[in-house]
Design a protein around this ligand. Sequence first.
Ligand code: AMP
Ligand code: MG
Length: 673
Amino acid sequence: MTPAQQQSITGLILAGGRSSRMAHAGQARDKALIQFKGRRLVDHVFDKLAPQVGGVMINANQNHEQFKSFNVRVLSDAIGDFAGPLAGLHAGLFASKRPFLITVPCDSPFFPDDLVSRMFDALESTGSAVAIAMSGDQPHPVFALVRRSVLDHLSDFLKQGGRKIDAWYDSLTTVQVDFNDDALFGNINTPQELAAFENGLPLPPKVAKPRFRREAESVAPGEKVQQHTDAALAPTRDFLQHILAAPAPPAASLEAITSCLDGYDPNALPVAMVNQVIRQFVQPLAGFEQVALRDALGRVSAENIISPINVPAHDNSAMDGWAVRGSDLGTSDEAVLNEIGSSLAGREFSGKVSRGECVRITTGAVMPHGCDTVIPLEMVKAEGVRIVIPPRQEAGANRRLAGEDLARGQVALAAGAVIKPSELGLIASLGMPEVRVRRRLRVAFFSTGNELKSVGQTLAEGEVYDSNRYTLYGMLQRLGVDVVDMGVIRDDPAALEEAFRLAAANADAVITSGGVSVGEADHTKQVMRKLGDVVFWRIAMRPGRPMAFGRITDGPRQAALFGLPGNPVAVMVTFYHFVRGALLHMMGATNTDLPLLRVKSQEAMRKKSGRTEYQRGFLETRGGSLTVRITGAQGSGILRSMSQANCFIVLGHDQGSVEAGDAVDVMLFEGLV
Ligand code: AMP
Ligand code: MG
């Protein structure tokens, strides 16, 4: 870390807690101000921190007068009520003008002298949003270096009611910096710990926590989930306005990523490594919006949706029949009960059911008080109100329990889920009319090549119609992104540069086809190289060997770049196997992998080991079992092979030729939802 870099960092002392565990004889004592080895705790922390940073601030929610001695800014939380370290961080980021901010708690006076420089180096070399100090497996989440650019993201998290620091880190790119020594992060929470440290006594070892918990796991079923009212958030609202325009956190360079990969060879890159590089390079975008429930179809949920109610709300009947008391049922004799009323769906029985009584009930109706079992209609002999039930009925049967679908306080839908029809229904079952979703991804695409004509034009000798823009349009629409079709761009450096700059300025990602093969005479590759951080790969696959990947920039704006090959089948194969997952990752989706089925091949296929092949296949049932066959000629320009197929046959990197009857992996084109 250079002196200039040190100047770019604000040190924030977190002294905003209540110090409740430090209370002595019923009196609260501000931890920061407690005497330790002849000085206040905060004095020790200040002296350690100040020489490592460009300037210090203190976050405190009480006793401001007492911090005046430092002559630095003392900040209260903006969101009130001792909301924890994130609220302090938020206040610090808002007030600080420097591009980086490191937090240290006021009760940890032993942290290392190279804390800031090591955290800074890790943050910069990985391009992460946050660096977190560790000692072995033990994270110290309140020792964190963050970029100021995470302010919007944090504001948004707090606005949504998030308070847990671990959950917030989970939503960012983080790097852990191991200082290898628990003692450096010892902190003083209780009078006993204070005495132990004063006297140099060993502290009981801390139980190592696993990596960060998700916020939702800390909510016990039935526990009230804290809702934050508008009034509580009023002070933050002014600077929450520009969240939608928030840029993605900066990514690491391709060089930084690829130099860490064993056996990385851009001229013979295995498919798995392609995805590894892409996944590390592209980042989920910041930016959220609140949409009406129906409009959330196909979008990505931006937060954990916590059930505010039990679903179902009451114990209810799973059958039409009679609600009874399990203890009234006979084991060897039939039970004869007296029907005293009925409970219908939407109109419950309000009385109490005593011994020997039962209630007529319909499916979904609330279980009457005292009843725990439903005997289905067809089991029962009813003679007026005299209800005869055969022996050996199971007590508790045919009853749905309150909260068995979703218990109050439970995560109904995790952040990062793509909202499908079942999720729409699930959210509706919680009574929520709106959903918070990630903002839509904007993807620009164009074709390159002087031989290309657009549909509706007349072809001259040697020209072909541009079909790639149509397959790309279809694939992108299905993914639910906003598309920007930029047409065919001539093989002319000025035209290409303008197109790329426009795409970088207006889209989150740009996809091109053509012009990336080895030996291409055109200018596409040169312009890509000029405008960004781009690699040109020869991938060990068929079809789709050449591909460009990286990011292109235009001033402060940037877009991920996918330079796909020109051949129409290669475009689709590379899109589905590389671009789709990357775009979903940028959209904030988790769980984007598609399943492979293993089925019998009807025919032999020649295959070289050392590359992945994507044959176009047709999956069908033959002789009672699933089998797959190839859809005719497999040339990378023959789009008919895709059109006639219903699956890819994926022949893995190490696999050799296939005999008829061998099992192969297939990936289905169509899903049910
Ligand atoms: P290239 O990667 O530019 O060498 O293109 C490889 C092959 O794909 C050539 O035969 C091109 O004519 C063809 N091709 C390139 N772009 C398109 C397109 N947009 N639509 C149809 N064919 C294309
Ligand atoms: Mg070309």
